[in-house]
Design a protein around this ligand. Structure first.
Ligand code: UGA
Length: 457
């Protein structure tokens, strides 16, 4: 039987809060630390600050027993054996990751260490960050034998974060000695042994007790690089298929068929080959830029990543040109928009390509009527409602009397709309689908002018 480990998770953003809830779920005693007092209060009182499947259930199950919330990092450090740093590493002006939060947290942790601790980087950080954390802790007078710094990158996706954590493809632990390795192996033992998956309340997913997540132990530097390289590679896959979609448009082929054929090769794999309006979110744009910066600093030519970024920007412009070609002029036109979040299943609008397109529409003088199942409140903070920008409560209200309807986020429900109802709701039956949610033949049959990405019009 796995033994509970006392864990502190510092930072209760997407990664920190999900990791904390999942550590509690697999049997550990978790203290979730955040310096935002109002967030701590909300979490203590049963609130859930982010939209994430299964998270409310896990927090409700473990609040007050396996998980507690505090803004007192020092006492959390004293009580924990492993301290996970999951604070933000935003992009700075140079493209590099801004590590000032990590630095501040590491100093604060150092001031409370009086017995052996493993300090674990969970945030996405550039290679060598573990070295910096070690130096910061030592500078604060902590003896070398009282701590180790480890790297345990997180690969969860927003929207499926809990399932991704519990049913991980792999768990990477980067350590410099086996003492720290043992603490991390103990933490993940309920998953890697398959023990957790036998429980009745186990979070459902593809992997079962027979195929538990694999654990890979590496050096700390390798673990840091695995995270950046994985995100950069996935972003590259998306940019690659987006360029292929443009080639498909030029020759009248269907990119869905091409990506299916490519993905059937097990060396390529079918995932992250979906053409669209470009990648967004809080990770890929930031991590591609940060990894490029790391390479540059090391004197390594990684211009490939510059291309990945440029293609991503170009993809949004191309989509906007498609809208222009369908509407001809923009002024005094009304456009319905389905989707504001950077992808389906989340309320996150950070670096959302959908918002870039909305901004472009507004700049051209269009009126926009937008619907998103979860991201409206967050979008209102950056684009307040006005005469030109309205928010509505369902997809058909967004389509009402619109000159065209744009699909910008891949929410499942946008793929299941009542086409007859949409047809008579729209002023002109024009749908421009940036996520390829419909079969073009079906849309033509239903009487629409239907434009999508990388498929014959
Ligand atoms: C991404 C990675 O997938 C996670 O493994 C990683 O842990 C996370 O970043 C992170 O570093 O924290 P996430 O940003 O939540 O996860 O979302 P993804 O599902 O990867 O999607 C990113 C963007 O790519 C979205 O805008 C999505 O619409 C787009 N995308 C994704 C495509 O355009 N095509 C695809 O085939 C897949």
């Amino acid at each position: 039987m796995s033994q509970p480990v006392s864990i502190a998770v510092v930072g209760s953003g997407y990664v920190g809060l999900v990791a904390a809830a999942c550590f509690a779920e697999i049997g550990h005693k978790v203290i979730c630390v955040d310096n935002d007092e109002s967030k701590v209060k909300m979490l203590r009182e049963g609130g859930v600050p982010i939209h994430e499947e299964y998270l409310p259930e896990l927090l409700a199950r473990h609040r007050g027993t396996n998980i507690e919330f505090t803004s007192d990092l020092r006492s959390a450090t004293k009580r924990a054996q492993a301290i996970f740093i999951a604070v933000g590493t935003p992009q700075s002006k140079t493209g590099s990751a801004d590590l000032s939060y990590v630095d501040a947290v590491a100093s604060e942790i150092a001031r409370s260490i009086d017995d052996y601790k493993v300090i674990v980087e969970k945030s996405t950080v550039p290679v060598y960050t573990n070295e910096w954390i070690r130096r910061v802790v030592e500078r604060n007078g902590v003896a070398r034998e009282l701590f180790d710094v480890a790297s345990n990158p997180e690969f969860l996706r927003e929207g499926t974060a809990v399932v991704d954590f519990i049913h991980a493809d792999r768990i990477v632990i980067g350590v410099e000695n086996d003492k720290a390795g043992q603490v991390l192996r103990d933490i993940y033992a309920p998953l890697t042994s398959g023990e957790y998956f036998k429980l009745d309340h186990a979070v459902p997913g593809d992997l079962t007790a027979d195929t538990p997540p694999a654990l890979l132990q590496t050096s700390t530097k390798a673990a840091e690089l695995i995270k950046h390289a994985s995100n950069a590679f996935l972003a590259m896959k998306i940019s690659f298929i987006n360029v292929v979609s443009n080639v498909c448009e030029a020759v009248g082929a269907d990119v869905e068929q091409v990506s299916k054929g490519m993905g059937m090769d097990s060396r390529i794999g079918p995932k992250f080959l979906k053409a669209g309006i470009g990648y967004g979110g809080s990770c890929f744009p930031k991590d591609v830029a940060a990894f490029r910066y790391v390479a540059e600093q090391l004197g390594v030519d990684f211009d490939l990543l510059k291309e990945v970024e440029e293609i991503n920007e170009e993809q949004k412009s191309r989509f906007f040109q498609k809208v222009r070609s369908a509407l001809w002029t923009f002024r005094s036109k009304k456009v319905g928009v389905l989707g504001l979040a950077f992808k389906g299943g989340t309320d996150d609008i950070r670096e959302s390509p959908a918002l870039d397109i909305v901004h472009s529409l507004l700049k051209e003088g269009c009126s926009v009527v937008a619907f998103d199942p979860a991201a409206i409140d967050r979008t209102k903070e950056v684009i307040p409602p006005s005469e030109k920008m309205q928010y509505v409560n369902d997809a058909y209200a967004a389509a009402q009397d619109a000159d065209a309807l744009l699909i910008l986020t891949d929410w499942h429900e946008f793929a299941e709309l009542d086409l007859a109802k949409l047809h008579y709701t729209l002023r002109y039956p024009i749908i421009i689908d940036g996520r390829n949610l419909y079969d073009p033949a079906q849309m033509i049959e239903a009487g629409f002018t239907y434009l999508s990405v990388g498929r014959p019009a």
